[in-house]
Design a protein around this ligand. Structure first.
Ligand code: AMP
Length: 211
């Protein structure tokens, strides 16, 4: 039963439902599953599915959908990201097209932050700043709305995976162009052998899972 006065009874409702919800003051990691067992980063790592030769031959794709579809793993992953924000004065989350949106949207809704999508060129409807970067073959361009940030905005950049670092470096450049102050870059997974960190020198990076 939903309490009559939602605004004043939100906490009460959560405890009625016995939901272990994490809020704006989250400084802990929600790592207990329904059976009371402690989850670790190794549980997240074990859930990632390797898909060979996707989207093209020679690429070993790290599929995060088994984490997204498991409520306890997803919540645990989100609490790892959220715990990082404590004390950083973050006001906006910039999420990278497309898998960064899964995490960015949840962080914003739970922590009361604004979401800024960084999208592939041609997808954002208003005036944009654009940034091209090199791919193995050819190049790609990412865009951000010119009015994405207000003066003083402190920004977290989030994506699912750090590979060569080109996508995140271009996104960091877009945040700078649009006037945001980038305080941390968060990924769920790093492919360390691709040395993506070298393109992100000088940035604070948080990544729980490293291959
Ligand atoms: P990069 O610019 O090389 O760091 O590539 C990072 C972007 O490409 C991220 O948005 C990832 O979602 C995606 N990506 C690159 N390599 C992989 C991979 N092996 N598995 C899954 N996603 C990948």
């Amino acid at each position: 039963m939903v309490p009559q006065n939602w605004e004043h009874s939100c906490m009460e409702y959560q405890s009625m439902l016995q939901i272990d919800i994490w809020g704006a003051k989250c400084d802990h990691v929600c790592n207990r599953n329904q059976r009371g067992m402690t989850m670790t980063v190794d549980d997240l790592k074990a859930a990632i599915r390797d898909v060979p030769d996707f989207p093209k031959p020679g690429i070993l794709f790290k599929d995060i959908t088994p984490i997204l579809s498991d409520p306890e793993l997803f919540k645990y992953a989100m609490s790892l990201f959220a715990a990082q924000l404590e004390g950083k004065g973050v006001t906006k989350v910039a999420a990278i097209d497309a898998r960064g949106f899964f995490f960015g949207g949840v962080l914003c809704e739970r922590l009361g932050l604004g979401l800024v999508p960084i999208r592939k060129q041609g997808k954002l409807p208003y005036k944009t700043f654009d940034q091209s970067y090199d791919l193995e073959y050819g190049s790609a361009t990412l865009s951000i709305h010119q009015d994405a940030f207000e003066p003083g905005d402190r920004v977290i950049l989030i994506d699912d995976l750090l590979a060569t670092g080109g996508t995140a470096a271009a996104s960091a450049e877009l945040i700078k162009k649009a006037g945001g102050e980038l305080v941390q870059i968060q990924f769920l997974i790093e492919l360390a052998f691709l040395k993506g960190r070298e393109k992100l020198e000088g940035h604070d990076i948080y990544v729980p899972i490293v291959f």
